[in-house]
Write a protein that binds this ligand. Structure first.
Ligand code: PB1
Ligand code: ZN
Length: 329
């Protein structure tokens, strides 16, 4: 055919194929989720999340030390209070200074000063009803009370020393409230505000909810997480959160929402876009590999390559410990 039809030459060598990718996965792009419980010496495997554990604070340092030597740069903390009677309607335990998240923030700052600490901010792990906020009498979220409480929790985590707060609640206006309170507290200049801006309701969070004990006691999250078909709604939520002061936009889940990641990069072209490869995505890849559908490592890379191709340069992934072994840099 004529010369313009010839593409094969351009990717005829492994390096030339690597060059076709705009972004390469590196260790510094990865954030490892950690589940921290209030039983200090616990280290319990989470059956639905292969290779992932719920750990007490005394098990965190020995677990992280080798990963940091391999190049781990960042963790995102999820508190899992198991002590009886801790959970209440307001999620009071969320910002308990002696609670698992704030204790771990202080420990990591002291023990591993080079690690970038992200604190997930939500109430679902601390509320008796398991929803991501404070409820109205009719069972829906009271947006005003939820935003006020969640922004208070974010400030408490930032003042405990986390480098980044990441509200995963999906209440309207929480980004603006957190930014204003960070400014009032005089710590806005040293706290990254990462918004779970486009977070969709769906079936991919099951293993996480097992791990975190954060299953809603009634109903679901369909009135505050986005409907899976809502591409325009996601664009509006991303635009809103950027306007309210988000420094990083996150899309979640990832592989089933690559168009949303692409939209986020299009709208937030001047800022980093993160994607959360959620528990269901991780468990699905493991299940597929176990069923012999594909090789685990190959699929982990292919899934993550798609997330990067769509525009993400930060990936929250349970594969992080594996990638630290699989990647050179
Ligand atoms: N704050 C909500 C937590 C939410 C799951 C849920 O909707 O219950 C995610 C954590 N930010 C789940 C993450 C995952 O499934 O890996
Ligand atoms: Zn929540």
């Amino acid at each position: 055919g004529d010369i313009s039809s010839q593409l094969h030459g351009g990717y005829s060598h492994p390096l030339a194929r690597t060059w076709q990718a705009e972004r390469q996965l590196t260790k510094s792009m990865l954030i490892l989720p950690l589940f921290i419980t209030d039983n200090d010496d616990e280290e319990t495997l989470i059956p639905s999340l292969p290779g992932q554990y719920r750990r007490g604070i005394n098990k965190i340092v020995p677990f992280l030390e080798p990963l940091i030597r391999k190049g781990l740069r960042s963790v995102i903390l999820f508190g899992v209070p198991l002590a009886p009677g801790v959970k209440d309607a307001l999620g009071t335990a969320a910002d308990d200074p002696k609670g698992p998240v704030m204790s771990t923030i202080r420990l990591l700052r002291q023990r591993f000063p080079q690690i970038f600490i992200v604190a997930d901010v939500c109430l679902c792990e601390y509320t008796s009803h398991g929803h991501c906020g404070i409820l109205r009498d009719d069972g829906g979220l009271n947006n005003e009370l939820s935003v006020d409480r969640i922004s208070d929790v974010a400030i408490a985590y930032a003042q405990a020393g986390c480098h980044c707060v990441a509200p995963s609640d999906m209440n309207d206006g929480r980004i603006r409230a957190i930014k204003l309170k960070l400014i009032e507290a005089g710590i806005a200049h040293k706290t990254v505000l990462m918004s779970y801006a486009a977070k969709f309701s769906g079936c991919l969070y099951g293993p996480f909810r097992d791990a975190a004990g954060s299953v809603p006691s009634f109903g679901d999250r369909k009135c505050y997480q986005l409907p899976p078909g809502g591409r325009g709604l996601a664009r509006r939520a991303i635009e809103r959160d950027i306007a309210e002061g988000a420094d990083i936009i996150m899309v979640k889940p990832a592989s089933q929402y690559l168009d949303i990641i692409s939209d986020a990069k299009d709208i937030g072209r001047n800022m980093p876009v993160a994607a959360y490869q959620v528990s269901g995505e991780f468990a699905m890849i493991h299940a597929g590999a176990k069923a012999g559908v594909f090789d685990l490592k190959t699929m982990a890379f292919e899934a993550t390559e798609g997330i990067l191709r769509a525009g993400a340069t930060i990936v929250v992934s349970y594969f992080t410990p594996d990638f630290l072994d699989w990647l050179e840099v």
